[in-house]
Design a protein around this ligand. Structure first.
Ligand code: CUA
Length: 345
């Protein structure tokens, strides 16, 4: 009721919003309680021990019980805040396995958003309600920050490195998207909206017009036109490693270390191929730095991800990205969804 007539907080429109607010309110209450205690004691003692009554100060010796009390109580409060905050942080950082993927490229001064099945948007993101959405984000210039107050989600978007965030909207409607990192003259204009739709309405929107095919098929075209396919042919005598099944798996490098082939590893391997050489291969790959845009890198990424499904596996159904919360076998849904050219052309 208070929130309705005197809104101190934005609407709570995601699964984590109420949890973030609860911690925030707790911090405010703790602050208020201690502020009141301190000011009350200052006032009380300055009256009780004023000069007229106590003209000569008396020395008070320490009290073990009191010292333990004022050490243990703040420690307990601090640890409660730490554990509470850490649990919430892990929840905010870890996207559910079955989350649908959206790729975000920030630049001065706009947001470019890309659905794996094809549609691209600028300063707008359409998503289905009650569905976890994982964002893989990068900037093509300076640091930006993807901030949706109603979802209580904020994540810096960096040049040169992918960052991630996720949310699950619990209400349909249109919500503000802000850039929350000062990024130049038109930072304040780097805004947009998240449009949360019923799953059926989202399907209708998804089947509406869009340019180009899905991300993975775009990546496959680039893979050929840039010449990647000549070395990464997948043949036994190929000069580069076979990329099928590589994504998300540990890779043994020539210096003896092992890395997980995540988005940042793949990106780095395209732009700085001499840095991490897969064991058993020569450092002969040229850099593609400056030749491929962030969007093209994301397409290549989607293609390489799509290579991990075993050959002959039936394509996922187009409805999969908006399946209800009860779905069970969505662990590899992202890659499968981008793999299916039938979703969106
Ligand atoms: Cu982008 Cu501020």
């Amino acid at each position: 009721m208070l929130q309705k007539y005197f809104p101190l907080w934005p609407d709570q429109a995601s699964t984590v919003a109420a949890q973030v607010d609860a911690l925030y309110i707790f911090l405010i209450l703790i602050t208020v309680v201690f502020t009141v205690i301190i000011f009350a004691m200052v006032a009380t003692f300055s009256i009780k021990y004023r000069k007229g009554i106590h003209p000569i100060a008396t020395q008070i010796e320490g009290s073990v019980a009191l010292e333990i009390f004022w050490s243990v109580v703040p420690l307990a409060i601090a640890m409660l805040i730490f554990v509470w905050g850490a649990v919430l942080f892990f929840r905010l950082e870890r996207a559910p396995q079955q989350a649908m993927d959206v790729y975000v490229v920030g630049k001065q001064w706009m947001w470019k958003l890309q659905h794996p099945s094809g549609p691209r948007e600028i300063n707008q993101l359409h998503i289905p309600v009650n569905t976890p959405v994982r964002l893989t984000m990068i900037s093509q210039d300076v640091i930006h920050s993807f901030y949706v107050p109603e979802f209580r989600t904020k994540q810096d978007v960096l040049p040169g490195r992918y960052t991630y965030t996720w949310f699950e909207a619990t209400k349909t409607g249109t919500f503000h998207l802000f850039c929350a990192e000062y990024c130049g003259t038109k930072h304040s204009g780097m805004i947009g909206e998240i449009i949360v739709m019923e799953p059926t309405a989202y399907q209708v929107w998804l089947s509406g017009g869009s340019e180009g095919g899905n991300l993975a098929s775009g990546g496959e075209k680039l893979f050929t036109s840039l010449g990647c396919v000549t070395c990464h042919s997948g043949q036994a005598d190929a000069r580069g490693p076979n990329l099928a099944g590589v994504f998300g798996k540990p890779q043994k490098l020539s210096d003896g270390t092992t890395v997980i082939a995540d988005e940042n590893y793949i990106r780095n391997s395209i732009l700085n191929p001499q840095l991490q050489i897969v064991a058993g291969f020569e450092p002969i790959m040229p850099t593609f730095s400056g030749q491929v845009s962030e969007e093209s890198l994301i397409q290549l990424m989607a293609y390489i991800k799509s290579l991990q499904a075993p050959a002959g596996q039936p394509a996922n159904t187009p409805a999969a990205p908006v399946a209800g919360p009860g779905r069970g076998s969505g662990a590899t849904r992202g890659p499968q969804a981008v793999q299916n050219p039938g979703v969106k052309q």
